[in-house]
Design a protein around this ligand. Structure first.
Ligand code: SAM
Length: 343
């Protein structure tokens, strides 16, 4: 564990106060993985021929997750994102959303999904308090989509996006990972979508994690190149977007949608990182690229009081590294797959 004794870590547990780490960052965002199961087999995450992440059969219950969020909210967490695995494969997700939305202090609940099951659940989730969805979509071509995802039906994703819009889960954010010689010829098509639809289309750099971690370098398309290719379509200018997180946003003139760029590899955003992660098996991870984690499940299951959950959350903040070591050869803490941790 890092030595934090000579640094200032401040915690105030009154409502409305914050968790600040020793590097001056305030933790107000919690990404919650509710399962490591998935109904797709994406090449960069859990491909067909891999065993996938070890399936943790002992996921936190919705009650346990809500318990952690209730304590986290008292410590200043304001926004939560539900992810996985594929969160919509977990039964009755709306029950969790409803529970989280009733927690004092929680202002925003969003969901990251592959969209396959979204059409069926969008309205109920919205009625339960979900505010927005991010849909992962790496191709607009049915055949290619099927290939990248190990069998996904793109028509279901389109229906999911459309139902999410109808349900008021706005703006729908579409996350695309450009990969060289896989889908990078579609960058312009994805960008063009924003000229006609109010979506936020976000281009995310491929990170060297998961089954493609060794090939990631040659498949990697840096944001600077993605932007350059999009600029051949038309001029776009920066825009301010509320709760934009690590994304930088732009817009073509008069376009209803936005372009977002997330560059975890070429331009890390550790200095402004405000997030903690809760894995489906109850570990609090302060950083995606750190093996450090704090077990909260045992405490929950042994009937520990809130003060103990609070202590564990604070501990996770204390051990949050100043920055990730993704680029370092010495980095042995690289996640085996995003599905195991929660992308
Ligand atoms: N199943 C949901 C989905 O498809 O959105 C949520 C989980 S998925 C692991 C979350 C996100 O992580 C997806 O947008 C996916 O593209 C992204 N992801 C997975 N592996 C990645 C990698 N190596 N680099 C960048 N993003 C990755």
């Amino acid at each position: 564990m890092e030595d934090t004794q000579d640094k200032t870590v401040s915690f105030e547990s009154e409502a409305g106060t914050s968790m600040r780490d020793s590097h001056g960052r305030t933790m107000e965002y919690l990404r919650i993985s509710i399962t490591d199961r998935c109904n797709l087999r994406c090449v960069y995450c859990m491909p067909q021929d891999s065993a996938g992440p070890p399936v943790s059969r002992d996921c936190l219950s919705f009650t346990e997750i809500s318990e952690v969020v209730r304590v986290a909210a008292r410590l200043g967490v304001r926004r939560v994102r539900i992810t996985g695995g594929e969160p919509l494969v977990r039964k009755d997700l709306h029950v969790l959303v409803e529970s989280l939305s009733g927690i004092p202090g929680i202002e925003d609940i969003s969901l990251t999904t592959n969209g396959l099951l979204l059409a069926k659940h969008a309205r109920r989730l919205a009625a339960s308090g979900l505010k927005r969805v991010n849909v992962s979509l790496d191709s607009l071509k049915a055949d290619r989509y099927r290939k990248i995802t190990g069998g996904g039906d793109i028509r279901r994703v389109f229906r999911g996006i459309s139902e999410a819009e109808n349900a008021g889960l706005l703006p729908v954010k579409i996350n695309m990972i450009p990969m060289r010689a896989v889908n990078d010829d579609e960058i312009e098509d994805f960008a063009t979508l924003t000229m006609f639809a109010p979506h936020h289309v976000r281009f995310i750099e491929l990170m060297p994690v998961g089954p493609l971690r060794h090939e990631a370098e040659k498949m990697f398309v840096p944001t600077v190149e993605t932007k350059e290719r999009i600029s051949s379509l038309a001029h776009f200018t920066p825009v301010e977007v509320n709760k934009s997180g690590p994304a930088l946003y732009y817009r073509f003139a008069n376009a209803p949608g936005c372009l977002g760029f997330i560059s975890p590899v070429s331009q890390h955003f550790c200095a402004s990182c405000n997030r903690l992660r809760l894995t489906c098996d109850g570990k609090i991870k302060p950083c995606l690229f750190s093996g450090k984690e704090v077990d909260v499940r045992s405490a929950l299951r042994s009937g520990a009081p809130d003060t103990e959950i609070e202590r564990l959350l604070k501990l996770a903040v204390e051990i949050k590294p100043e920055r990730h070591l993704m680029h370092s050869e010495a980095c042995t803490d690289r996640p085996k797959s995003m599905a195991g941790i929660g992308g």
